[in-house]
Structure formats: C-alpha cells, structure tokens
Design a binder for this molecule. Structure first.
Ligand SMILES: [Zn+2]
Ligand SMILES: [Zn+2]
Ligand SMILES: [Zn+2]
Length: 161
C-alpha cells in the first residue's frame, strides 16, 4: 500500500521551534543510549546547532558558530561529531549543497527524500516507502544494487511561491 507521510512540513515560519530542538535532543539521548553510545557535549552542541533552524547548515558554518561558545574546535572534531550524528540517523546530509539538516523522525531507519526551497532554504523531509522500493526495483532491472539513496528536489515552499 502506498504510504506518504510528511514528516516535517514547511512550518518554520510559525511554530514553537524551541520544542523542535527540545524533542531533537531528547530523541538523540534515547537513541544514543539504545546504541550504547554517549551524546557527548560536542555531539550535543553540534546537534543543537544543526537544529537551530530547519535550514541546512554547512560544516564550515558550524565551526564558526562553535567558536562563539568554546575555543574554536579543531575541524576533525566537528566532522567526527557530524559523522556520528549522521550514522545514528539524527541528521541527514544534503549532498547537493553539502550541508546538514536535523532528522524529524530519527527513531526509524529510512532513506531521505527532501524538498528544498531555493529561495528561503527551508527543507521538508518526505517519507514515501513506495518510492524507495520503486527505485530499488528499477535499479535491480539494470543490475544495480542501491546502497544509499537520497532524493533532493528543489523548488519553492508555500511561503515563497
Ligand atoms: Zn522547528
Ligand atoms: Zn529523516
Ligand atoms: Zn521558501
């Protein structure tokens, strides 16, 4: 059965974003403890910075923002934290713009499908399992095995149209 859930709507302009951040950190704490790993202070700070908005953020900008809190951390520290968060499913990497965005439903394994507003930069995450299986089926037909699959769609959000 086709299933289409909008995990994260373009609501960034009018909602209680503090709650998004709070929920993201709470999810991260429980996911880390389920993985028997620790949400170290640097991992937590990086996660909070990624969640500062629903817009994607580049690693370089995270480094600049971090230097406002601490001594400017060594870039590898930040990249390692981002790798950890990505592996734990807490953030997604948007390849086309080489930037990161917080996952709205990190408790569940899924491939990312993203709608990216080219004007304001907001991102909505879609989850359509039928799309994922269609891609795998079509790829199999040409003898290709899919490993990761991220769909990035550019356009204009409701506010920006
Ligand atoms: Zn929010
Ligand atoms: Zn996600
Ligand atoms: Zn927009």
């Amino acid at each position: 059965m086709a299933r289409k859930i909008v995990l994260q709507d373009f609501t960034a302009h009018k909602h209680d974003h503090a709650k998004c951040v709070f929920d993201a950190v709470a999810d991260a704490e429980s996911i880390c403890s389920a993985r028997q790993e620790r949400l170290t202070p640097i991992r937590k700070t990086v996660l909070e910075l990624v969640w500062k908005s629903h817009k994607p953020v580049k690693a370089y900008d995270l480094l600049t923002q971090l230097s406002e809190f601490h001594e400017r951390p060594a870039p590898p520290t930040v990249y390692r934290a981002l790798d950890f968060l990505q592996e734990a499913g807490l953030v997604h990497k948007i390849q086309s713009i080489n930037a990161y965005v917080g996952c709205a439903d990190p408790g569940r394994t899924h491939q990312g499908q993203f709608l990216i507003c080219r004007k304001c930069g907001d991102i909505a995450e879609l989850d359509d399992a039928s799309l994922t299986s269609r891609i795998s089926e079509n790829a199999k037909r040409v003898g290709f095995r899919v490993e990761t699959e991220t769909i990035e769609v550019t356009g204009l959000c409701k506010e920006c149209q």
